[in-house]
Structure formats: C-alpha cells, structure tokens
Design a protein around this ligand. Sequence first.
Ligand code: NAP
Length: 514
Amino acid sequence: MKDIESAVKAAGESVRAGAEMIELRVDYLENLSKGEVVKLVCAARESIGATVPVIVTCREKKEGGAIEYPDKLRVETLCEAIKAGAEFVDFEFANFLETTYSEKLRAALLSKTDCRLILSAHNFKSKFENPEQIYEQILKVYPKAIPKLVYKANHINDCFAAFDLLHNTRGKRIIFCMGEAGLISRILAKKLGSMVTFASIDEGKGTAPGQVTLEKMMQLYRCETISSETEIYGIIGSPVGHSLSPAIHNACFEKIGANKVYLPLWVDGGKNEFDLFMQNIINRGWLGFRGLSVTLPHKHNAIEFVKENGGEVEKLAERIGAANTLVLDVDGKVKAYNSDYAGALDAITETLGIKRTEMRDMRAAVIGAGGVGRAIVAGLKDVGAKVKIFNRTIEKGAKLAGEFGCDFGGLDDIDTREEDLLVNCTSLGMYPKTNDMPVAASILRKETAVFDTVYNPIETRLIKEAKMIGARTINGAEMFIEQAKLQFKLFTGVEADSELMRQIVYEKLKSKKH
Ligand code: NAP
C-alpha cells in the first residue's frame, strides 16, 4: 500500500476476514521515513487491536521489494518499528551479514526483547541448491532469528524440498514456495509448522507471485482448521485451476466435520512427472495424502502407476484403462478406481428413476469414443445394455466397439428410432460453440432419453432441443456430481451431502464467465 491510510484500512479488513497476523510492507510506502513507519505501526495497532501480531518488512528491491530505498534507511525504519511495538521485523539474511546493519538491529532488539527478527532468504528463479545449509547459517549467525526461506517452485515437485525442511526442523520458521506451482506449499506450510503463511487481500494485490487470496485461504481451504493431523486430498491434473472439485469436496468435508483439506494439484507434464509426484507423496507419509481425484492428462498414468507399484485396481477401471480416483492407505498402498463410469450410470438411474438392473437390455447410442465415451461404454456394457457407438474418426470408434462388443457407425448413421438412450460423449455443444449439436434436432424423439455429458453450459442445445419435444434428459453436471459423490464416499467412508454438492456445482457453473 502506497500510504498509511490505505495500509491501515487493508490491515483492518484482513483481520476482520480472519488473518491471524499482519505484515506491513513498508517498502510500498511512497514516502518512506522513520516517522512514517512509526505512524503506520501505531495506526495499524489501533485498528487491529493488541492481540494480532504485526510483522514489519522493508524489502530490498532485488529480493522482491516494491520501491528501491537505501539499505541504511531500511535498517533504520526497522529499528523504529521495533521500538514502536512491532512483534516481528523481517530483514534479508544476506544484508544482515553486513556488520553495521546487524549491529543496529541487534541493539534495537536488545531494548525490546519481545520483538523477534525474521531473517529471510529468497530465490525468485528456482529451488535453493542447499536450503538446509542456509537455514543452519541463519541460526548460526543469529540464534534467536526466525529463518524464512522462500523460493520459486517451477513444478509442484519442487515443493517437496520445502516440506522436507519444515519436517526436519523445529521452532519458529517460515518456509514455502512462490509461483503457481507452489500453491500447495502455502497451504501445507501450516500443517508442517511454518509460523505463518502469506495471503493477499484481493486477487492481483499479492506482494509475491502465487499468493492465494485471504478469502480462499479461509473459506475454501479452511486454513484456520489445518493442523499437523489434517489429511490431504486433491485433484491432480493440468490445467487444474478451473476445477470445481476443491469447492465441493472442501464444503462436504466441512459439513461432516472432517479434518481433511482438498487442494488443486497442478502436475504439469507426463508420466514421469506424475510418477515422481506420486513417489514424493508416498515416500513422505507424514504429509498425510489419503486420496486423489485424477483428471486430464493423467487418468491413464494413474492406472499405470498403481499397477507398476503393486497396488489394487478396480476391475472395470482396468478395462477402461483409466482411473480418476486414487485412495492411499497409511502404508502408502494405493487403490485405483474409476468413478466416471459409475457416476454416469448413477446420473442415468437417478434422473430416470430406475435401478441399474433395469438398464439390462436398454438400447443406447453413444456418440464419441474418447476418454468419457470409453468409460460410459464400459459402464453401459457392464450393466447389460446394448450399445452402439458412433464416432467421427471411424478407426477409433470401430476399435472401441470391437473391444467392448458393440455395434459401430459413423456420425451420419445415427438413428434414434430403436434407441432408449442417446449419450453425447463428444465436446460438441460445449462453450464457446454452444450452438453445436452432435446430431440434427430432427432425429430426436420423445421416447429416447438424452444424456449430454457436456456440462458447460449445464443446459446444452442438445438438452434444450430434447426437452422441447418432451424427451427425458440427463445433463453432464449430474454425472459430475455423481462421480464426485462416489469419490467422497471412497475418501471418507460416508455419503456426501449431495444437495450441497449440487448447489455448489450449479452456482459455480452458472456464474462461470462464458
Ligand atoms: P476426448 O477424449 O478428447 O474425446 C473427444 C470425443 O469428441 C472424440 O470422440 C472426438 O471424436 C469427439 N469430437 C471432438 N470434436 C468433434 C467434432 N467437431 N465433431 C465430432 N466429434 C468430435 O474427450 P473426453 O475426455 O472424452 O471428453 C469429452 C467431453 O465430455 C468433454 O468435452 C466434456 O464436456 C465432457 N466431460 C464430462 C464430464 C462429466 O463429469 N460430465 C467429465 C469429463 C468430460 P474423434 O475421435 O473423431 O476425435
């Protein structure tokens, strides 16, 4: 914040939103002086009350500071902040090695023994080569320091060095990763004993790359409830930022009072990166990973990993060749499931008000032979339905049909006269091309129920046209909710609150910026 007034306002808002500590970044002040810093600390204290600790930081530009101020002035302002009652001041470890600066800070701290010095080291490009060594050096130079090590994670797998350092050290310390790939470290820092984790007040107002907003920290990840015992769940994918899963699983965890948190796990890359991520979490049982949802592009990698590592694979998941749910036990054994096919079957039976046994001999036309098509064909065949597959790419569709013993045709062959159910497993109709349809409206008929797996928008043109002629319809959001319910049961052993899930999914999908 550029001036005292807005900095104090922001501090007050943050505390009201749940912040347990406030950092005043005085390097953002346009007119930095000793007097301004004293005014700011006093005004902030008055606004946030006596019980919320204050960190004062005047960061050097090359370590992420906002305005380039002389080191001498930065040290003097920190000394004034100590006198004015800040509980913590943060100074760069590299600059603390300069005797004139360290002497001044040490003297100021001697006169105010309740203030602690945070000595920080940053790497804005990548991991530290030897974080343990930096940590030890900090404590050797100033044993009363709180070491702070922050580095950029260029991949989620870079976060594990921070977790190891937190796990292997004790006492007050601050360790986490910057960047989008470091997101989980900001949340798990709390579980592993980091003194603080940093959040920004608003999107775009963060003081470091990859900062999560305070609102997300408090409401989505329920950061105040995270403890060393918290079990970790999440969705592995790339990209994963758009996923609805963290919102629904966290809300349902909260509803049953479970000490669990569900995170987006952005595992960029292919099988190697996926395998490394899995090994990283399995080798660190103390992290407490217990369950994973898996989305594109890792559903096949997930099943391969479990097979290669002696885990159990649900029979139909193996046949489909993809797993979207992994459950980990305390010994690191992994079980793989596919809740996509089961979720699709549940969406059909729930919406049509029938039992799975009543799907035997149901005649179904499935359009599409990609990942979702494959899962739905496997599910329909498993309950005894008679399935015809239609696909744009003939070889791909014919191959799938051959594998599961189905009839096959090209897109021009689709005819619903003999079908009880038509399922769209292509992306046709999905935003932004919401006018597209996988079939002409003229071939729809009242007697054939229509299931569109596309859920953005919730009501696709195919669903609208089918409704218009009085056909029963099943939308993709219902499939998404059913598969999430099955995952939740696998993760917790109890049923999810399906109405809560439905409310969140519909709310989020309707508010999506199309
Ligand atoms: P995928 O593996 O890429 O398969 C896409 C399928 O769509 C293929 O059969 C492809 O045909 C066909 N297709 C794509 N563009 C087409 C076009 N212009 N004309 C005709 N056919 C076309 O994708 P996926 O993972 O199966 O996902 C498919 C859709 O399912 C997604 O778009 C998403 O909306 C939906 N989905 C829903 C849920 C849920 O829970 N409801 C979950 C995941 C996905 P070719 O073989 O000829 O390329």
